[in-house]
Design a protein around this ligand. Sequence first.
Ligand SMILES: Nc1ncnc2c1ncn2[C@@H]1O[C@H](COP(=O)(O)OP(=O)(O)OP(=O)(O)O)[C@@H](O)[C@H]1O
Ligand SMILES: [Mg+2]
Length: 506
Amino acid sequence: MDSYLRMQEISKSFPGVQALDRVHMEVQPGEVHALLGENGAGKSTLMKILSGVYQPDSGEILIEGRSVQFSDTRAAEQAGIAIIHQELNLIPQMTVAENIYLGREPRTKFGLVDFKAMRQAAEAELQQLQVRIPVQARIAELRVGEQQLVEIAKALSLHAKVVIMDEPTSALSETEVEKLFKVIRRLQQNGVAIIYISHKLEEIFAIADKVTVLRDGKYIGTCVVKESTAQQLVGMMVGRELADLFPKEKVQLGEELLRVEGLTVRHPSQSHRNLLEDIHLSLRSGEILGIAGLLGSGRTELLMTLFGASPGQLVAGKLFVRSRPVELHSPQEAIHHGLALVTEDRKAQGLFLQLPVQWNISIAGLRQVVKRWVLRHRLEKAMAQRYIDQLRIKVPSLAGAVETLSGGNQQKVILAKWMATTPSILLLDDPTRGVDVGAKAEIYHLMNQFAEQGMGVIMVSSELPEILAMSDRILVLSEGRMVAEFSREEASEEKIMTAATRTKAA
Ligand SMILES: Nc1ncnc2c1ncn2[C@@H]1O[C@H](COP(=O)(O)OP(=O)(O)OP(=O)(O)O)[C@@H](O)[C@H]1O
Ligand SMILES: [Mg+2]
């Protein structure tokens, strides 16, 4: 039987890189087909070709045996192909409903935009995902995870035959992933084909029927998921044996680097709500402190407040760095006291997308490359190159703009940028979001090294296996409060989830 959708011999190059080299993929109705590969393997590029964002240099796309060409995304949508992009594509100043129906707003009989119908339709789409996001809110007011859910709702509202999900869960918490999986299974029953990109192998084993693996722009193979093992897939992906993924090493803990007492932060607009309430924590030299909690539990807000960039209003709390009381009113002060923050949202906070890679890496560590007030290009380059090698960042050139890197490689550039500041307290917000298994292991390795050198690390993560494996201690947040603390030995996925889902009322 011929496939519903077939991509054959697809090639695409960009200046300095052959992103795809004669790649194949076939998809059937009602199938969840995973696309797997390391950062920069070409997954997003292949999907951008399928959804009309890019045109291939050569190769063909066939739908039900007929050759099709998509000059733009609208053309692909009309052929029944919708995509949820890895780098979110929403317009920040517009509302949730406007974003979902952008360019195809429901009209009244007078030809005007029917805002009421649009709101209701948007509400219905979000309802399907079982999420509560006000459709009148502007995208800019939402957190990354919520924006991701809006992007998902938008793609679903097209009622496409093929839905491409490019790392849809990278900013979602476990409960939201569950909800998304339910939606995927429902789509599947209705004969929709889903192409699912994720670096999380557990997800692929949980949801996918088939998996196609790419490596360095080349087609490696397609397997039935049920008949495959994780080791096999990783082997296909990286083409080499991989060392232990979680290399946690035991480090002797030293002096207290950071202490927080009674930290309370009020919501910026809703004065009756606190983003954070009465938080106490301490971090010692050599320690990795994990912070778990659902989306919206205050994890990101906590890190931002510690970094002097609180999204709300600081109403109470004391902060001590090496036992000295400090007040952090700005990131500059925080950096001065030896803090560094790797954010979850690389688009908004982490990177200057249009600027060269080397500049992005050295920007925060300028102290090291500025000598006698002159930015020394050679030093800047050497420093950038060192981190590129260490983290195996895949870049065509140091002078190339960051926006041309694959998503995972952009994440590595952010890490490199903050490492270059040689901080003593490193705050990591979902540091391995969108990073492939090989690079993940490298990042964990670096975290160990940092701890060994006496740095203290606070890591927020939605991935419980990562928190469990790397943390010396784990704090759980729920609705802005600390609801539990576990030592490395006593923690388990179940205990953390139970604590995280406990609400004030319960
Ligand atoms: N617009 C562009 N201009 C130049 N190079 C690009 C562009 N888009 C992608 N590339 C390059 O093509 C290669 C494949 O990138 P792609 O984004 O498809 O990788 P990916 O498999 O999606 O990786 P990730 O898991 O990190 O998202 C990379 O080397 C990337 O730098
Ligand atoms: Mg990608």
